[in-house]
Write a protein that binds this ligand. Structure first.
Ligand SMILES: Cc1cc2nc3c(=O)[nH]c(=O)nc-3n(C[C@H](O)[C@H](O)[C@H](O)COP(=O)(O)OP(=O)(O)OC[C@H]3O[C@@H](n4cnc5c(N)ncnc54)[C@H](O)[C@@H]3O)c2cc1C
Length: 156
């Protein structure tokens, strides 16, 4: 059982099914953060690909194996049960499996500037892995990238 819908969770589902394991995917949709951007750069195999096109490719790849896809469901709780794991979704559905992979990724942390949400896909000024904006190297990398991509940019 794989929980979550980003590239990591989808790849895990794909490989599990490829190995002929009975695979269940519990996810809100098929995309993860790729859904938040119009273009993905430097993703292995693609120097550039539009976000929606990459999502279509994810879906095509997911459909090549008999993966049981429970899309539109958000996991509310994962618990250990006898012989495996059980996920309870927000809608109250329960799924059980011998093994569970969680690949919940993250939501980019916003920094609270005006129009940030609307401009997310354009300027990309979030910190990829920093828990506190502008406090870690990755945040500085983001700010450097943001500076290059956006004409209006300021770090505060
Ligand atoms: C604006 C933007 C631009 C980017 N540009 C690039 C780029 O050019 N090149 C590049 O390589 N990378 C880029 N990235 C980063 C890339 O999208 C991420 O590194 C990648 O998506 C991470 O994949 P993941 O599977 O680990 O997690 P995520 O993509 O974060 O997916 C995890 C998913 O799990 C879901 N989830 C969480 N909790 C639950 C739950 N309880 N139940 C069900 N589902 C749940 C989340 O909603 C999310 O959809 C960009 C990201 C953003 C936001």
């Amino acid at each position: 059982m794989v929980i979550d819908d980003g590239p990591a969770g989808l790849a895990a589902s794909d490989y599990a099914a490829h190995e002929q394991l009975k695979t269940l995917l519990v996810a809100k949709d098929i995309s993860g953060q790729v859904n938040l951007t119009l273009g993905i750069e430097d993703y292995l195999g693609y120097q550039f690909i539009e976000g929606p096109e990459l999502i279509d490719k994810f879906q095509t790849q997911m459909d090549q194996f008999p993966i049981e896809q429970r899309i539109g469901e958000k996991a509310a709780k994962v618990e250990q049960i006898n012989g495996g794991y059980q996920v309870v979704t927000e809608g109250g559905e329960r799924y059980q499996a011998r093994a569970a992979i969680l690949a919940s990724g993250k939501r980019p942390r916003t920094i609270g500037v005006p129009s940030e949400t609307e401009l997310l896909a354009v300027a990309s000024v979030t910190a990829p892995s920093a828990t506190v904006p502008f406090s870690q190297n990755s945040a500085w990398l983001s700010s450097a990238v943001g500076t290059r991509r956006s004409r209006r940019y300021s770090a505060c």
